[in-house]
Design a protein around this ligand. Structure first.
Ligand code: ADP
Ligand code: ASP
Ligand code: MG
Length: 451
């Protein structure tokens, strides 16, 4: 079979939350014969429950969390026409989860966490295959860990794109010509075979990586909103759907917190120029957003994104004015702690920066370890501010246009703008505001720039 018409379809947590959601998603798969590879998230809520178990819990809490997971998955099993086929397999998974959560209560390890958390995707894919089979479709379950080789940075593992291409060609492509394949998003395996995960929300990224490896003609991201909006429709109910958007604009939105796409999702799509479609599995007929190379007349203002729980570090040099190498030293320390800087502004004697938490389970607060603070404090005076939010205005040629500052900041008079970044990228203007003001800032800006 030629793969010129291969579509990789990814269904997120709410699209596989329960039996009816899975059935609707199965309808979406069936409606397009080009959809040959299906990538799934865990059923909504399951990953959070597993993460909680991995944090190590007392017996009673553990029992409660395990019951919740069992309840979510059993509710699906019980509605199958032949529940017995799959019940044993789900039971085996639940036994594994129980065993691993007991181990996690004794000793916490990131490898153990990933092993535990991966069961969400393992279970949802088993259940979905069964639902497809009961519709008379031949569908095969495929363990993505056989081909998704990653680094051993548990919790935020980096995929090996070259190996994935080779292994997909050998192990996945031949099966695709015979049958529909259902596989897991989010998980992978490192060189020793231990399970890894790609960071929260990573199933989008898996789908894009597989699309690239298999030279897919399109990547469909099915979620709970019919497309990418001018801002999160939960924050601004009047947000408008964007029918067509460029890779750059969408990538910028994802990076700055638009949860609808995992921040890394568009990298493989851009590299291999594969169009991405975002739509709602609840209402596929509502259409969606096409993400592609170029769009006609890209607007000056495209969208607003919001990222919560940002931590701002302000570092004041002790060595006073004109000291050389201060920034170099700061960056060295951050690099040693495996931290990348997100926003940054500098003055003669100080530097203010936020820590990059994109795509990880960590928040700024948790990246800020005692070790890091001690090292920084030996070099400079450190001030830490928490509970800030990053608001990003995404657009085109922003730094070349006149009047942007007035239009944006003119309406934000009542708010404290803690830090502003503008000019390094022509695609965005971003700033920090107190966390409690974030939604009102976005609503006000949206009203002014997009309504
Ligand atoms: P899934 O489980 O399918 O991966 P997510 O919850 O990760 O779904 O992403 C979908 C959610 O992203 C939406 O429900 C919406 O609240 C949020 N979101 C944030 N920004 C945007 C945006 N600009 N457009 C659409 N949805 C957005
Ligand atoms: N199930 C994982 C999560 O909740 C991955 C995903 O949904 O994309 O983060
Ligand atoms: Mg998601």
């Amino acid at each position: 079979m030629s793969h010129s018409s291969l579509i990789v379809a990814k269904f997120g947590g709410t699209s596989v939350a329960d039996f009816s959601a899975m059935s609707r998603s199965a309808d979406v798969v069936l409606s397009n014969p080009d959809t040959r590879l299906v990538v799934l998230s865990a059923s909504a809520g399951v990953t959070n429950l597993l993460v909680s178990l991995a944090e190590g819990q007392e017996q009673a809490q553990r029992a409660y969390l395990l019951d919740e997971i069992r309840r979510i998955q059993y509710a699906i099993v019980e509605q199958l026409t032949q529940p017995d086929v799959i019940r044993d397999e789900i039971d085996r998974m639940l036994e594994n989860i129980t065993m691993l959560s007991e181990a996690a209560a004794l000793a916490n390890s990131t490898a153990l966490t990933d092993e535990l958390v991966s069961h969400g995707e393992l279970m949802s894919t088993l259940l979905f295959v069964e639902i497809l089979r009961q519709r008379g479709l031949t569908a095969q379950w495929f363990d993505v860990r056989k081909i998704m080789r990653t680094s051993d940075r548990f919790g935020r593992a980096e995929p090996d794109v070259a190996q994935l291409a080779e292994l997909s060609r050998a192990q996945l492509a031949p099966r695709l010509s015979e049958t529909l394949i259902v596989t897991q998003g989010f998980i992978g395996s490192e060189a020793k075979g231990r399970t890894t995960t790609l960071g929260r929300g990573g199933s989008d990224y898996t789908a894009a990586l597989l699309g690239e490896a298999l030279h897919a003609s399109r990547i469909d991201i099915w979620t709970d909103v019919p497309g990418i909006y001018t801002t999160d429709p939960r924050v601004v109910p009047g947000a408008k759907r964007i029918d067509e958007i460029t890779f750059e604009e969408a990538a910028e939105m994802a990076t700055f917190g638009a949860k609808v796409l995992h921040p890394a999702t568009l990298m493989p799509a851009v590299r291999s120029d594969i169009p991405v479609f975002v739509g709602s599995s609840k209402d596929p007929s509502a259409g969606g957003t096409r993400v592609c190379k170029a769009s006609q007349n890209p607007p000056l203002f495209r969208a607003l994104a919001l990222r919560r729980r940002q931590t701002l570090l302000t570092l004041h040099s002790l060595n006073m004015l004109h000291a050389r190498g201060f920034l170099a030293e700061v960056f060295n320390i951050l690099a040693r702690h495996n931290i990348s800087v997100d926003l940054i502004t500098t003055s003669e004697v100080s530097v203010a920066l936020t820590l990059d938490t994109t795509g990880s389970t960590s928040t700024g607060e948790s990246l800020l370890t005692q070790g890091l603070l001690t090292e920084l404090s030996s070099l400079c005076r450190v001030e830490v501010e928490e509970n800030l939010a990053l608001v990003a205005l995404i657009g085109n040629k922003l730094s070349q246009a006149c009047g942007v500052g007035k239009e944006v900041f003119g309406v934000l008079e009542p708010f404290n703008l803690r830090l502003i970044c503008y000019g390094a990228s022509s695609y965005n203007l971003c700033f920090l505001v107190p966390g409690d003001d974030a939604e009102r800032v976005v609503q006000r800006l949206h009203h002014n720039l997009f309504e």
